[in-house]
Design a protein around this ligand. Structure first.
Ligand code: HEC
Length: 243
């Protein structure tokens, strides 16, 4: 057991500091919940089904390399919308990486079979437009390297500040010393695991599970730290009613 002398405890801090820390922790707590909700709404829907699954993470970072959106639509939901020979021509065009010198042939097929629904008013993707069709014909490679680099550095810099202050405040609680050290260190470790897992998943989809563990790990640790800190700042057991 590691011994350290506890000099300041949260419950004994002057009230102005407790108000300051409480404000910060409440806002961070709400922020964390919003982050969770956002992950569910963006990544959670990546595979077209609600709820976060391993497939969502694979689609977001590694992509869906089994084919293009155009091919997926023509063999799936849009299968009934065009005769087989038309679908065959369109799929072939997508697999040939959408050569634009064949647009004379492909464009009219898309216009005739798909354009009625996928027009400007519909709000659907305008599949009969050359630039849109080309994009739909591309194989989805998931997150780009530049995108990942950007998101990684923003996350590392931004989130480490949050954990710095959450951990700093929590360090002043009365808590089992061993667990205190573990809880303070956990978010930083998992933050690195999380970012690392995005990069690993970008190249090897098998690593998607690591992303789920990473996010779960630091949410849990910060929830315990925030709740404990708030309780010890305001509950009489720790403050002795001494405001
Ligand atoms: C009868 C109307 C109708 C016709 C005809 C039609 N579509 Fe669609 N399409 C829809 C609707 C509605 C959706 C969106 C709803 C959904 O996904 O179920 C959709 C969705 C799609 C999507 C998915 C877009 C995305 O971002 O995932 C693609 C791709 C697509 N259609 C391609 C085509 C192609 C190619 C044709 C012609 C062969 C075609 N559609 C013909 C109504 C139509």
């Amino acid at each position: 057991m590691i011994e350290t002398k506890q000099t300041t405890t949260l419950g004994r801090l002057p009230i102005h500091y407790r108000v300051l820390f409480t404000g910060f922790l409440l806002v961070i707590g709400i922020g964390l919940m919003m982050a969770g909700a956002q992950i569910m709404l963006t990544h959670g829907m990546a595979d077209g089904k609600p709820g976060l699954s391993k497939e969502d993470i694979v689609y977001s970072y590694y992509g869906n390399r089994s084919g293009s959106k155009l091919e997926a639509a023509l063999t799936g939901k849009m299968k009934s919308k065009a005769p087989d020979d038309v679908r065959f021509t369109l799929i072939q065009w997508a697999r040939d990486e959408a050569p634009m010198d064949q647009w004379d042939k492909v464009g009219p097929l898309l216009q005739k079979n798909c354009g009625n629904c996928h027009d400007e008013e519909s709000g659907l993707v305008q599949v009969a437009k050359p630039e849109v069709a080309k994009q739909l014909a591309e194989v989805d490679h998931g997150a780009s390297i530049s995108g990942l680099t950007r998101v990684s550095h923003i996350h590392l810099f931004g989130i480490s500040f949050i954990f710095m202050f959450v951990g700093w405040i929590f360090a002043m609680t009365q808590f089992n010393q061993r667990w205190k050290l573990i809880l303070i260190a956990t978010p930083f470790v998992f933050l690195i695991v999380d970012i690392l897992s995005w990069w690993l998943t970008k190249f090897w989809p098998e690593f998607a599970w690591l992303t789920m563990i990473g996010g779960f790990g630091y949410s849990l640790a910060s929830t315990v730290m925030i709740m404990t800190s708030l309780a010890q700042m305001w509950l009489p057991r720790w403050t002795d009613g001494d405001w």
